[in-house]
Design a protein around this ligand. Structure first.
Ligand code: IPE
Ligand code: IPE
Ligand code: MG
Length: 217
């Protein structure tokens, strides 16, 4: 059994930068390079969708210059991306700077007919906020069964989440895809995100194939 949809919690960019004598801002630029490597390898291996945690609803509490650096890296990526992935975003964009929100809309539109893997970027995203948002819609519609509820989550157009991988050594989800995590296989790596290689993807996928998923049966 191979994985269709992988979630990556891309943690450890700041520590990686510090360890290399670089600014945290530079750590995010290297983190983006790792994302390109990892996503490309996932596609080569037949993965249909990759969801990445790029900015949580709680990350807004970080110092302003760090937030600016993250927003800058993401906006530049949105404006210059010319690859074959279908890029989509999930999260709350209403409180983001206009230029960043516009760049999100533009990359989504520009890539929506691409045939490649879906790269879903969780940005200003929180699992709890996403569940609450879906619950409000479900309440308004008077429908509360799993099938219809799931259609209102940020991940609704993606296959079921098979795996969650967190780099950086912490063993927690930090509010990432809480609903979708229900039967995802969890992988925790000590490696810091900017150090991720194609070989790491290969061994994660091999590790996934060895897992037995029981779904309670
Ligand atoms: C995670 O990397 C990415 C973002 C929050 C944008 P960190 O910035 O949390 O890196 P560490 O955990 O401090 O090393
Ligand atoms: C999770 O990492 C968020 C992202 C990777 C974007 P954090 O560094 O924010 O998580 P905590 O604070 O260690 O739980
Ligand atoms: Mg962190």
């Amino acid at each position: 059994m191979s994985a269709n949809h992988i979630g990556f919690i891309m943690d450890g960019n700041g520590r990686w930068a510090t360890a290399h004598g670089l600014s945290r801002a530079e750590g995010y630029a290297y983190g983006l390079m790792a994302l390109r490597r990892v996503a490309k390898r996932c596609e080569e291996k037949g993965v249909k969708a990759v969801s990445v945690y790029a900015f949580s609803t709680e990350n807004i509490a970080r110092p302003t210059d760090e937030i600016d650096a993250i927003f800058d890296v993401v906006r530049k990526f949105n404006l210059t991306y010319d690859g074959k992935f279908r890029i989509c975003y999930m999260g709350d964009f209403s409180t983001l700077p206009d230029k960043l929100a516009d760049s999100i809309e533009s990359v989504e539109q520009r890539t929506q007919d691409n045939e490649g893997m879906i790269l879903n970027i969780a940005f200003n995203y929180g699992g709890r906020a996403d569940i609450l948002h879906a619950a409000k819609i479900a309440y308004d519609h008077g429908e509360f069964v799993e099938d219809t509820f799931e259609k209102h989550l940020g991940s609704s157009r993606l296959p079921a989440l098979d795996m969650i991988v967190r780099t950086g050594g912490e063993m927690r989800l930090s509010n990432f895809m809480l609903y979708e995590a229900a039967y995802a296989e969890l992988f925790f790596l000590d490696k810091l995100w900017p150090d991720m290689t194609e070989e790491d993807v290969d061994s994660l996928l091999a590790g996934f194939e060895k897992r037995t998923r029981k779904y309670g049966k």
